[in-house]
Ligand binder design. Structure first.
Ligand code: 5GP
Length: 145
């Protein structure tokens, strides 16, 4: 039986179940971004450090369209935010901001976007943040409610 807790002791947080895959299959080491990380297929890299790699999108949708990915095996923002160690979270998000700055996007502004799962149309099952910039980007999502 568990020892009784003193009255002013906060209850321990309930254990979370594993992050849902948001409609995606489990992580697949053969996905295209995993292959870019391993250097198996080329990419126009603009940044890399211990936590993140950034490279130009193969089909750019803005004058600047760069993808920033963590080095770890995460499918999407769902499992990255739930499961990544704090230093990986900090290192990754710091890299996202740094890449935007180094690409010269800060004076005009930019958009950081991560499609997460099926409803968002996520195509590649390795967590990534899109950085768009270099023009007025318009609405965040198509009209429709
Ligand atoms: P998602 O829809 O998953 O958020 O975005 C995936 C992105 O990856 C798309 O913008 C697509 O153009 C890009 N992409 C897919 N395959 C490759 C590739 O082999 N190399 C690069 N650089 N980008 C890719």
């Amino acid at each position: 039986m568990a020892a009784p807790q003193p009255p002013d002791s906060p209850a321990p947080p309930p254990a979370l179940p594993p992050a849902p895959p948001t409609g995606l299959p489990p992580y697949d080491d053969g996905n295209v971004f995993a292959r870019i990380l391993r250097g198996e297929i080329p990419a126009r890299r603009v940044f890399e450090d211990d936590w993140a790699v950034a490279f130009h999108d193969i089909a750019p949708q803005a004058p600047v369209h760069v993808l920033v990915i963590p080095r770890g095996r995460y499918c999407s923002l769902a499992d990255f935010s739930a499961d990544a160690p704090a230093e990986a979270l900090a290192g990754f998000w710091r890299a996202v901001g740094r890449v935007a700055r180094e690409l010269g996007l800060e004076p005009g502004g930019y958009r950081a976007l991560c499609n997460t799962g099926v409803d968002a149309g996520q195509e590649v099952g390795h967590f990534h943040v899109h950085l768009f910039g270099g023009r007025r980007l318009g609405r965040m999502v198509p009209p429709g409610g």
